[in-house]
Ligand binder design. Sequence first.
Ligand code: FE
Ligand code: FE
Ligand code: ZN
Length: 286
Amino acid sequence: MIGCHLSAAAGYLHMAEEAKAIDAGTFAFFTRNPRGGRSRKLDTEDVHRFLQAAAEQHLGTLVAHAPYTMNPCSAKEKVREFAHVAMEDDLARLEHLPGNYYNFHPGSHTGLGCEKGIELIAELLNEVIRPGQHTVILLETMAGKGTEIGGSFEELAEIIRRVQQQDKIGVCLDTCHVSDAGYDIVHDLDGVLETFDRVIGLQYLKALHLNDSKNPPGARKDRHEKIGEGTLGLSTFRHIVHHPALRALPMILETPNDLAGYAKEIALLRQMAAETQEIGPAEKSD
Ligand code: FE
Ligand code: FE
Ligand code: ZN
């Protein structure tokens, strides 16, 4: 399930067609204007045609992305209110596309402090999650810039621990962000995943954002780079597409690319995934 971020401007069916054209097995899209907040009226006919196309082309689990302006732990009440209204509305709309993921940036505490921020994020989740909903909400791992929450696995674990509906919450690991946050996935992917498992639990890891990074590990910058052209490098992505704990997850590219660029990266990742991995001589006999 490899795909990329697509524009939702021309509707759902159009995204399925674009995904098909670039050989994507899944995709991500903004549920509303990423910098503003308005959402378009849901076109049920478009959704119906999308669901048919998705079944025909065997699209995997989608990873919808909440707007950047959503900040459930802002010091400003108005901003927190918007986060509440927008998330509730997004989740209601996603019920028309059941069984997918809804990814959001946990937020920036803007001076309230980490503890209070975590409390507010968990509070929002417990308010908007409905027991019967068909969407799992994903907290994105963040680079930890400014007062961002989610730059450490401990912070994400603390949010998850407070969520009442445990089957409706998970994590989306962004490769650029975790590296920028100081987790060395270049030299020790296994070690980072062991830490993830110990602190959060690998059962919560539901999706990946595949991005190379313009900055060295620990830079806390969050500037995405094309696959293989940044500080993570091709070998890191080769490990990822082969890793038993990762290879079955939806993988979404958010690299600085147009559609043709995404098509190339998808082909590259598929090619790497198809290659036989270098294995030790003892295992080579079979
Ligand atoms: Fe994101
Ligand atoms: Fe991301
Ligand atoms: Zn980012």
